[in-house]
Design a binder for this molecule. Structure first.
Ligand SMILES: Nc1ncnc2c1ncn2[C@@H]1O[C@H](COP(=O)(O)OP(=O)(O)O)[C@@H](O)[C@H]1O
Ligand SMILES: [Mg+2]
Length: 339
């Protein structure tokens, strides 16, 4: 039987029996919301230390029937071990323990007060410095992982969860629902399978970032794999562009930020041996994610129906004709999305 970490009595018993805490130690618990593929619980110990327990769900909390083997918690635990070697200091929470049988791990909680970056962006607070950090963090992960590939790659070669949690729901499913996009998405799925370049986060989104004392902390590493860095770029640029689409008054600021993000990333990686071809594939992944976030299994909840319709139309046009560079794509998106 797998313990239900959202049940406080069960969790307390589990932590005591597994000797993670003292026999009579009392705890306070709070269920954290925001994710759909895990149970996440914050607990505080009497000494004031705070842990986050994360337990992978076999069935995701979305409307569709969407299953994924909860053993993927192992990927997240490995990523929590390895990412501190390649990411800037203090950007990855410390792993405390993992229990593969229970599909769970514990990590240090990011201290309060912190803010979720997605919520901060949607409330219109767009800080240049955080955008720069966003670009640098990804450049470091991609660049340094490539340098450490002998050591890192064997641990992250399994791409099963990237297939089932990203390629299928975002690209394959979208191609089935939007036949005009099927061939573009089919080719891109193949490109993502072929290009095993460096460590890819796979969920590089403002939703998975907390801002603590003006610094970004990255969470949610269950899709980390060796793959195409262009995926992370397309996935993340789509979040900035879609927010710029939705927040009309801030649209030009978001488009400028997206270009700044790309430039920071490129200044950290552009001269690397593996960089060739990444930009044009990043363009394609951006267009694909722009569409997938309107018509895939996981549409962006903040886009209105009209915004979804418009973004779909623009993405479909860009699939037939698009620039080769990221800044030109961003400008073209901005021109076409104008009402
Ligand atoms: N180390 C942590 N410190 C503080 N809050 C966290 C931590 N890890 C996760 N959370 C909170 O829990 C939410 C869900 O965690 P996440 O890892 O994104 O799970 P999921 O895979 O279900 O999306 C996050 O958005 C964040 O608010
Ligand atoms: Mg998450």
């Amino acid at each position: 039987m797998v313990v239900d970490i959202e049940n406080a009595a069960d969790l307390l018993r589990y932590l005591r029996e597994s000797k993670r805490i003292g026999k009579s130690e009392a705890l306070t618990f709070r269920t954290l919301r925001g994710g759909v593929s895990n149970k996440t619980v914050l607990l505080q110990r009497p000494d004031g230390s705070r842990w986050v327990l994360k337990q992978a769900l076999p069935k995701l909390r979305v409307q569709a029937d969407w299953f994924s083997d909860p053993i993927r918690i192992r990927v997240e635990a490995n990523a929590l071990r390895y990412l501190p070697l390649v990411a800037p200091p203090n950007t990855i929470p410390k792993l405390l323990f993992e229990d593969l049988e229970q599909h769970l791990l514990a990590m240090e909680a990011v201290p309060e007060p912190h803010e979720n970056w997605k919520e901060r962006l949607l409330s219109g607070r767009l800080d240049r410095d955080l955008i720069t950090q966003f670009g640098r963090l990804l450049a470091n992960v991609h660049g340094h992982s490539y340098d450490l590939r002998q050591e890192l790659f064997p641990t992250f070669e399994n791409r099963e969860f990237f297939e089932t949690l990203r390629l299928e729901p975002y690209y394959q499913f979208t191609g089935e629902r939007v036949p005009e996009a099927a061939s573009f998405l089919h080719d891109l799925i193949q490109a993502n399978r072929i290009h095993c370049v460096t460590l890819v986060h796979g969920d590089y989104s403002p939703k998975n970032i907390l801002v603590y004392q003006g610094r970004l902390v990255l969470l949610d590493h269950e899709v980390v794999h060796v793959g195409d860095p262009a995926f992370d770029l397309g996935f993340s640029l789509t979040h900035l562009l879609s927010k710029g689409h939705h927040l009309k008054e801030l649209r030009s600021a978001f488009l400028t930020a997206a270009i700044g993000y790309w430039e920071t990333y490129k200044s950290g990686t552009g001269s690397a041996a593996w960089f060739g071809g990444v930009e044009s594939r990043a363009v394609k992944n951006t267009i694909a994610c722009l569409l997938a976030r309107t018509s895939g299994r996981s549409p962006l909840e903040y886009l209105s129906d009209e915004e979804r319709r418009k973004q779909k139309e623009v993405a479909l046009h860009l699939m037939t004709q698009h620039p080769d560079t990221v800044p030109a794509l961003i400008e073209e998106f901005g021109r076409r999305i104008e009402p």
